[in-house]
Design a protein around this ligand. Sequence first.
Ligand SMILES: [Zn+2]
Length: 373
Amino acid sequence: MARLLSLLVMFGIIVSVVASDAAASSARLTGVRHLSGLNYTRVILDVTRPAKYTIHTLAASPAKGLPPRIYLDISGARLAVRPPRVDIGDRLVRRVRLNQFKPGVVRAVLDLKHPGSHDAVLMANPHRIVVDVERRAGGAGRRHLAVRKIVLDPGHGGKDPGAVGAGGLREKDVVLRVARSLAPRLRKELGVDVVLTRNRDVFVPLKARTAMANRERADLFLSIHSNASLNRRAGGLETYYLDKTTDEATLKLAARENGTARRNLTDLQIVLSDLKLNVYLPDSISLASHLQSSLVKKTRSRYPRAKDLGVKKGLFYVLVGARMPAALAELFFVSNRREARELRRPEMRRAIVDGLARGIRTYADGLRKREDL
Ligand SMILES: [Zn+2]
């Protein structure tokens, strides 16, 4: 196995060339997806298994009629994308061109509109190389989290109280309080923009909530709810992402949370026929998992019996149409006397806010975790 390790400096940019396992076991490059953010473009190269790559920047070559480019050489890879060209045409990236540069090496060229900086990371489940392109800022390279703007969505409000539980505790009040303390935490700790779909006790239609997130070009949408059940002993925490489900309890919960939208399942199923194309699904699952585990951890430190109901998929209308990774957290059951009492306590709400903030942070760090070279 030939191992080549060298470090080059090109155009003032450090390019690292890493070891490759020749063509011993090749990955196939099966797809190219992209997301267009306000200030960045994310290009996602789907591969069938982890693949080493190098990434380089090239200045424009007016003589050859070539724009500024970023290219990746993916080693131990075969090209399986037809046609080998994907037009993007947003503010930053014109197109992605692919070719089998040589046996075992696929080259992906991003034609840019302006000189750009890049940040790439190899991610798993599914395996993919994620390249974020930003317009190059003057001076020192600026790096920040891929999560730049977050929309928090406290459920219900106004004429819609949500679930009403033990002692008259209203879901709409609990979730508004949580969202209002979570927002400044995220601004401070993650340096992100945070927008709330409602900042006071007003009714906001479900559709308007994701529409706001799309309009804001948010990178993450979190809908915050509290659960309820006819079984007063039911309790615990669960986090959802949008997907089809046949689970009876989840269908009931979704029906309740979807209530004010006056949507029936048929409408949802139509929308969900697009779900197969949901490029945000893997990140939404990752987001929901990080939220759930840190919520359980933080709330158990003050309420050890907090039950982990897990990460689940559900047809929540409020998540439909979100053009970004999205999750919905159900914070305990207002119908459970003990949990309602906990939800009234500022210490418990602080633990919940801790859990949500930490979950978002670990999710964002995961997006930014660089391949271990
Ligand atoms: Zn709710």
